[in-house]
Design a protein around this ligand. Sequence first.
Ligand code: HEM
Length: 441
Amino acid sequence: MPTALQTIGWWMRPLAFPDRVRARADGRRYTLKLAGQPPFVLLTDPDDVKALMTAPPNVLHPGEGARILEPIVGPNSVILLDEDLHMEQRKLMLPAFHGDRMQRLTGLMDELTERELDGWPLDAPVELHPRLQALTLEIILRAVFGLDEGPRLDLLRERLPQILSFGDSPISLMPPLQRLMRGRGRFGRFERDRAEVDRELYALIEERRAERDGDRDDVLAMLLDATHSDGSPMRDEEIRDELMTALVAGHETTASSLGFAFEQLARSRDVQERLAASVAADETAYLDATINEVLRRRPVLTIPEPRLVKREIEIGGWTYPVGAVLCAAAYQIHHDPAIYPDPYAFKPERFLERKPGTYTFLPFGGGRRRCLGASFALLEMRVVLRAAARRFTVSADRPRPRVRRRMITIAPGDGARVLLSRRPSPPSPSAAAAATERAAA
Ligand code: HEM
């Protein structure tokens, strides 16, 4: 297929295009040629993905390919680094994102979620995606940045989305043009917003260093406590860059995953009923299985970070030269009928029967670059879907939801448009059992 057609397919049909490739090519890998990019080799075999994810850090560089994020996340961001520098930042951040640690943020997430859900309109079509974006932003500002209610929170709530929207502008893809446009036009506006945000963030870090309140559970508290291998604390610039990294990596991704969850639930009444019954019984197994199924059907990064080859590497009998770019084809692996029978059906039950596999379930990528915020994102999805399942039934007013590409991620194409109705009362045990049987069938 000509490069132009591949590029159009990739941008305009983010899921139909890889589905079509799967139908045409039955090999274990294929090369995607996008205009202005080096050829991307997509690996569709879990054994090859394992080799990719476990290759030594000096052989593959995921960080180099993410350089276009630097104006927003800053040069110290874990996402931009490779080899030892990457590992050093990652180790500093790991304790802050540890699963047990995250549990302590549940109360705050519950409170913010209930407040947001109070404002959702009933019995009329509503686009949930913008509301979920507002909620995931609020959760990050409170639970990661550790901001309390007040003027600083109000200012950052307004400015940060403006900074993030720079990523949608074509200038964000052209660093040489940015140098020419310093202080002017769209880039100048972005620079001014960023300077204002940075002033607030550095003031926040300084205040929190002085405060030394040992009771805080937010991610900033952990970063202030983290020390480099030589015992020195993280510099203010490092902390600022990692806070912005968490925002860039964790805000849209979680909002879109939740949007997809509502879209899928709206089209599966049986799954909804079983979910409501299990939530009412304070069980988590079906809730977690539902979240896994949403992430399987709609991995917002259809491919995790592309890995640039720095030293020749052999994977699956093929040798890749320096300069090639290798990717795990997460979306395609998630829809391989040999791994997931009936792959296009939305069936959380499949994850009750077996746990997600390390190299067959890739919404969070894998290896030493696996998403640092996975526990945070899963907790957030649990809190929001549990609260919604208690309050609402969800239905759709259109047969098939559309999907659109937003830079490297995908998002609900119709803004996750659904209809919400008040759930009368928790389903009775017999209704729940019947729903379970229907959902399993
Ligand atoms: C459902 C929500 C999310 C999804 C689907 C997601 C997915 C991903 C993926 C696919 C990667 C690349 C992994 C790889 O290339 O192997 C990644 C990296 C990363 N994510 Fe997430 N993410 C989510 C939420 C979050 C949140 C909430 C945070 C932080 C609060 C976060 C922080 C990060 C960071 C820091 C990295 C870079 C890790 C590194 O380079 O070592 N993510 N994420």
